[in-house]
Design a protein around this ligand. Sequence first.
Ligand SMILES: [Zn+2]
Length: 474
Amino acid sequence: MKTTWLLLTSVLWLHADLLSPVCKPLPVMAATTITAHTKTEGQLVTLHKFPYPYQAMLTIASDCDGMTLRKFLLIHRFLNTREKTPMGKGLELDIADSFFFFVGTDRQGACDYDGTKWQDQMSYFDRLSTTDVKDGAAIASFTRMGWIDSLHSFGDFTMASPWVTLFQRYMAKAAVQALKENKLSYSVWINHGNESNVDNFGNPESHYQKGDLIRSHFYVTDLIVPTGVHYVWSRRDSEFGLQNELYPIVLRDGRKVWGFYRYTDDGYTKEGALTWNWNPRRLSAQLSRKHLAMIEKNHLYSIVAQHLGGNQAEIPIPKDGIASLALLAHEYQRGNILVTRTSRLLRYNELQQSLRFAISKGANHRIMIRILYAENLVAGVFQPTMDDLRGITFYTPDPDHTTVVLDGHEISERELVRNSADESGKKSISIRWWPSHVTDDTPPAIHEQKAAQGPPMPFTHHAPNRWMWSEDPL
Ligand SMILES: [Zn+2]
């Protein structure tokens, strides 16, 4: 009898799947949820939107414009560790950053309070050299620590004249070689800068992006996408929270990637100017109580675009921004908003909407959730790994008697978390989220403590209007 029930369930499920359209756009595709009645009528197994117990998920996607090693250490010791820092006690948040390989900009002036020129921003190679490594070792180290998870294109190629560029395809080849030598891979690509940054790609409405044009001298997607780039940011957005952050992109060379949205601005003024809010000066407005409450209430994702190192002040994030980060950490600690690095949020978003699973009942009334595969428009059909599934949460009437099977094997007990009923009254089982990593593996801090205790640091406004390009004002 049990065998018959199991077979019937499988047949019904497979049949339903075959009938469903193979390709439908992810933005409108609801999470695939297979429900199965156990012996007790009305008890269901369904997929929860967010990892238990969170109501929303948020990341800060920081572009590295103006970043220096000094600012990077200062900011990320505060964000990622529990150290005492000039910005206050570390928040233990999993927030990562991005980096440049090259700097080929003619921007005048300094990007840090100590006079560091824009040409000497944090970058893997020294300016445009493909042989002299500048911050490469630190960038590789930060990546392994989880403090960097995104490419901010190949570099800062922004020029005062948008008709001029210093980018060349051989630089992309050198960058990809550096990735291979360091065994590094980044799933997140974030376009940078004005029209001089011809290596950008992903926005078919853009007239200057050449990165995915096969016949262009600046074609790069044949080099960088195969290294693991899977999520591409290429356009502004003024929504703080969304039901889904992903939309499929077919690049002009035929490659498929996910595009993702970021909250970059608050729309247009009456005069038609775009109100960018992705500088730390606006961080407190971005992470306002109202915004955080809104994504919790409506169960939304939020990808907050920032330039955490974009100010020249000794303490690059103003006090109100620091306070808003502390508020965010509080919401995370209370189990309301899961704060995580961009690559993890996007991977979770993708898998949560692509997962195919079936329910069956084993011996002793055990409920078995079998992960079958994942399927979507960009990646096609694939077998998810344990890391792909981190955070996935199923409502189940009896978590203590529920198992999850991946690749024909029951997932080990230490990778599962059984949860008591949430506000909906339903119990659940989760695949354990990523372990927190708050250890500072960097060399001893060299910053001074006095900066944190002094008067508020003045903010610099050395961003002349001529740099306020339509695509990226920094
Ligand atoms: Zn940028």
